[in-house]
Design a protein around this ligand. Structure first.
Ligand SMILES: *[C@@H]1O[C@H](CO)[C@@H](O)[C@H](O)[C@H]1NC(C)=O
Ligand SMILES: *[C@@H]1O[C@H](CO)[C@@H](O)[C@H](O)[C@H]1NC(C)=O
Ligand SMILES: *[C@@H]1O[C@H](CO)[C@@H](O)[C@H](O)[C@H]1NC(C)=O
Ligand SMILES: *[C@@H]1O[C@H](CO)[C@@H](O)[C@H](O)[C@H]1NC(C)=O
Length: 399
C-alpha cells in the first residue's frame, strides 16, 4: 500500500457518534486553522505598460556605461520614458499616480539608484545588486518598505549604517541574497524581517535587542547552527509572533524563545530531543512545526505538547514510535512517516472517554481534534473504536 492509504471520512465517524450519545456536539466543522498571514504592504495600482524591451545587443549599444568587463550577466534594461518626477532614477519607474512608490525590480540592475526622499515603497527585487551603499539611501528617510529579494548582497558590501537612518522602516525583505550574517544596525521601527535563503551563520549579539515591534522573523533555509543561539539572542523581541528557523542545521532547540511567540517553525533541522517543559512559558504558542527532524519517543518528555494554546502540531518525518500526549484543544496533528505501529485510543484520548460521553453537550469537555495524519507508519486499519468515541469532532484521519 502506498503512503496515502485511505481517508476515513467524517460521515463514517459521525455515524458512530450519533449512535452512542443522544446529542451531537453543537460544533460546526470549520476549516483548518491557518497561521496568520502577515499584513501586506499597500499595493500600488497597476503599472503603466513599459516600453518593449529591445534585444540585448541593442541595449548594449545605447548603454555605453556598461562596464567593459561585463560578465555573463544580462545588461541592465534601457532607461524608460522620462518621468513626471524629476528625481525619478532613469533606470526605474515612478508611476505618476503613486508618488510614494519606486519600481526598480527585474531591471538587471547592479547598483542601487539614489532613492528620492518622497519614496515609501521601494521595489528592488530580482536584480544583480551586490552592494548597499549608505549614500543611495541617505535622503530616503521616509522609507517604510524595501524589497531586495533575489539579489547578490553580501555583508561585506553592505554599509553598516545603511539601515540605521531609516527610522520609519517597517518591512525589510532580503530573501535569496548572499548574506552570511543578519545585517547590523536594523532600525527599531522594523515589523517584518525576511532573510530566508541566504547563508546566514551568524547573529551578532544585540542584533534584535531593540526591535520591540518586530512581529515576523524569517530565517529559514540558512546555515544556523546551535552555537549561534544563546539565552539573549531573541531578547528584546517583545512583539514577535512568527519565527521561522526551518531548514537550518540545529541539533537542539534554541535556549530561549520570544515569550509571545505564536507560530514556530523548525522543520528540516536535526533536532533529536526537546528539554522538559520547553514550551511551558510560551503562553501563546498555537502553531508548531517540527517535521523532518530526528525526534524519538525518548526525546519527547511526558506532557511536552500538552499545551492548552496549541492548535496545530506537525511532527511528520521523525522517528517516533508512539503518539505523544496532547491537550483537548489541539485541532490538527501531523504524524505521518514515523515508526508508529499501534494506537491505543484510550491512551491518546486527552480526557477519560467516559467523561466525554457524559458531557457531550459541553464543548469544553470534548477534544477538538479534527484532522489526524498517520500515513507512512506501520499502522493498518481498522481505526480503534475508542478513537471515534474520544475525538467526536474528527473530520478526517489519514492512515
Ligand atoms: C540629499 O539631500 C540633500 C539636500 O536636499 C542634497 O543636497 C543631497 O545631494 C542629497 N543626497 C543625495 C545622495 O542625493
Ligand atoms: C512600536 O509601535 C508603537 C505602536 O505603533 C509605536 O508607538 C512605537 O513608536 C513603535 N516603536 C518603535 C521603536 O518604533
Ligand atoms: C495535560 O494538562 C492538563 C492541564 O494542565 C492536565 O489536567 C492533564 O492531566 C495533562 N494530561 C497529560 C496526559 O499529561
Ligand atoms: C489501551 O490502554 C489502556 C490503558 O493503558 C489499557 O487498559 C488497554 O488494555 C489498552 N488497549 C489495548 C487494545 O491495548
Amino acid at each position: 500500500m502506498t503512503h496515502f492509504g485511505y481517508i476515513l471520512s467524517i460521515c463514517l465517524i459521525l455515524t458512530t457518534v450519533v449512535h452512542c450519545q443522544d446529542r451531537q456536539p453543537k460544533v460546526k466543522p470549520s476549516k483548518r486553522p491557518k497561521p496568520p498571514k502577515p499584513p501586506k504592504p499597500p499595493k500600488p495600482p497597476k503599472l503603466p505598460k513599459l516600453p518593449k524591451t529591445p534585444k540585448p545587443g541593442k541595449a548594449i549599444a545605447i548603454e555605453p556605461t556598461e562596464p567593459f568587463h561585463a560578465t555573463t550577466l544580462p545588461p541592465p534594461l534601457p532607461p524608460g520614458p522620462v518621468s513626471v518626477f524629476p528625481d525619478c532614477p532613469r533606470e526605474c519607474n515612478c508611476p505618476p499616480d503613486y508618488p510614494n512608490a519606486l519600481y526598480c525590480d527585474s531591471r538587471n540592475l547592479r547598483i542601487v539608484p539614489i532613492i528620492p526622499p518622497r519614496i515609501h515603497y521601494l521595489y528592488l527585487q530580482n536584480n544583480f545588486i551586490d552592494a548597499l551603499p549608505e549614500r543611495a539611501f541617505r535622503n530616503a528617510t521616509e522609507l517604510k518598505w524595501i524589497n531586495l529579494d533575489n539579489n547578490r548582497i553580501s555583508n561585506q558590501k553592505l554599509d553598516k549604517q545603511v539601515f540605521n537612518i531609516l527610522n520609519k522602516l517597517l518591512f525589510l525583505y532580503m530573501d535569496r541574497n548572499k548574506l552570511n550574517g543578519v545585517p547590523p544596525n536594523l532600525p527599531s521601527s522594523l515589523e517584518q524581517l525576511r532573510l530566508s535563503r541566504n547563508q546566514i551563520s551568524k547573529i551578532p549579539p544585540g542584533t534584535f535587542s531593540k526591535l520591540e515591534n518586530l512581529t515576523l522573523l524569517d530565517l529559514h533555509h540558512n546555515k544556523l547552527s546551535d552555537g549561534v543561539f544563546n539565552k539573549n539572542t531573541f531578547k528584546g523581541l517583545k512583539s514577535l509572533m512568527q519565527l521561522n528557523l526551518a531548514h537550518n542545521s540545529l541539533k537542539k532547540m534554541p535556549p530561549t524563545l520570544p515569550q509571545d511567540i505564536f507560530q514556530l517553525f523548525l522543520d528540516k533541522n536535526q533536532i533529536k530531543e526537546i528539554p522538559d517543559n520547553y514550551f511551558k512559558n510560551l503562553h501563546h504558542l498555537a502553531f508548531l512545526r517540527l517535521n523532518f527532524n530526528q525526534l524519538t519517543d525518548q526525546g519527547i518528555p511526558n506532557g511536552l505538547f500538552n499545551l492548552s494554546t496549541l492548535l496545530d502540531l506537525h511532527l511528520s518525518n521523525n522517528n517516533l514510535n508512539s503518539i505523544p500526549t496532547f491537550s483537548t484543544r489541539l485541532e490538527h496533528l501531523h504524524l505521518s512517516h514515523n515508526h508508529i505501529d499501534k494506537i491505543n485510543g484510550t491512551e491518546i484520548c486527552p480526557c477519560p472517554i467516559d467523561n466525554i460521553a457524559l458531557h457531550a453537550h459541553d464543548l469544553e469537555m470534548i477534544p477538538r481534534l479534527r484532522y489526524l495524519r498517520l500515513d507512512g507508519n506501520a499502522l493498518a486499519p481498522p481505526i480503534p473504536v475508542e478513537i471515534r468515541m474520544c475525538f467526536r469532532l474528527l473530520q478526517a484521519i489519514v492512515v
